[in-house]
Design a protein around this ligand. Structure first.
Ligand SMILES: [Zn+2]
Ligand SMILES: [Zn+2]
Length: 253
């Protein structure tokens, strides 16, 4: 199994997962043109995709989903709550997925994990194939026991470390956005991500990617410092960025 990000952050997110004969896009927060360009940097055409799974309806995740699906006749999988926010899906094949009910999509087994985030029915994904488990966990405000249980044993993990508490407090966001982002239904701060990593098994974790890092309320130096405090001997750590995401990362037995 291998995975790559086309971009990660509040301006747009999209993650590609490839296993066996299945190529899956998780979210598409970029325009069709931008997505095509970013896919080509990974050696892919949008027509190679088998489908799009959507975590939630925030524009940094859903912006390009419908137009990409329409142009390339891709099935779109999302929860009923997320689908409620879709205004016009004419000509698109939708499948509804249920929170916390696993399903198979081609060669990949997927568990949509319900998370605390301020959307209608947000989920994040745990994907399995070829004996490998990949966790994608980019938008959540709280590390719940449910999240720890579902992400406790991953070989690859893309997890957000969105903001530094002090930088958010003194940063440029208006008070309402500060309390939204920093609240229980917003985004993980660096310390919460550290807590998560300290409370899952990491012996088997091969590849850790930190993503959805705020460009205004966090810095790479701060995230790196916090990550250095976590005992992650066996794993490579990568930092996903808004402009380039990260290139292919392979998980192997
Ligand atoms: Zn987001
Ligand atoms: Zn969100």
């Amino acid at each position: 199994m291998r995975f790559s990000s086309l971009g990660s952050g509040s301006k747009g997110n999209a993650t590609v997962v490839h296993h066996g004969n299945t190529l899956l896009l998780i979210d598409c927060g970029f325009s069709v043109k931008e997505t095509e360009k970013r896919l080509s940097l990974r050696g892919l055409n949008a027509g190679d995709l088998d489908g799009i799974v959507v975590t939630h309806e925030h524009s940094d995740h859903i912006r390009g989903v419908l137009s990409l699906a329409k142009k390339y006749q891709l099935p779109v999988l999302m929860t009923a709550g997320t689908a409620k926010s879709v205004k016009s899906g004419i000509g698109i094949e939708f499948s509804f997925i249920e929170s916390d009910v696993s399903f198979s999509f081609g060669d990949i087994d997927i568990t949509p994990v319900s998370v605390a985030h301020d959307a209608r029915e947000p989920v994040q994904f745990v994907l399995r194939g070829g004996g490998m488990t990949l966790g994608v966990l980019t938008d959540l405000g709280s590390v719940t026991p449910h999240v720890l249980e579902n992400y406790c044993f991953c070989h690859g993990l893309l997890v957000e470390s969105n903001h530094d508490v002090a930088m958010l407090a003194t940063g440029p966001y208006p008070p309402s956005l500060k309390s939204r982002v920093g609240g229980d239904w917003g985004h993980l701060n660096n310390q919460q991500t550290k807590y998560l990593l300290q409370n899952i098994y990491t012996e088997q974790l091969q590849q850790l990617v930190i993503g959805h890092i705020s460009e205004k309320n966090n810095s790479l130096e701060l995230v790196e410092k916090v990550m250095s405090e976590v005992d992650l001997k066996a794993s490579d750590i990568h930092y996903a960025c808004q402009d380039n995401g990260f290139s292919w990362i392979e998980l192997t037995l």
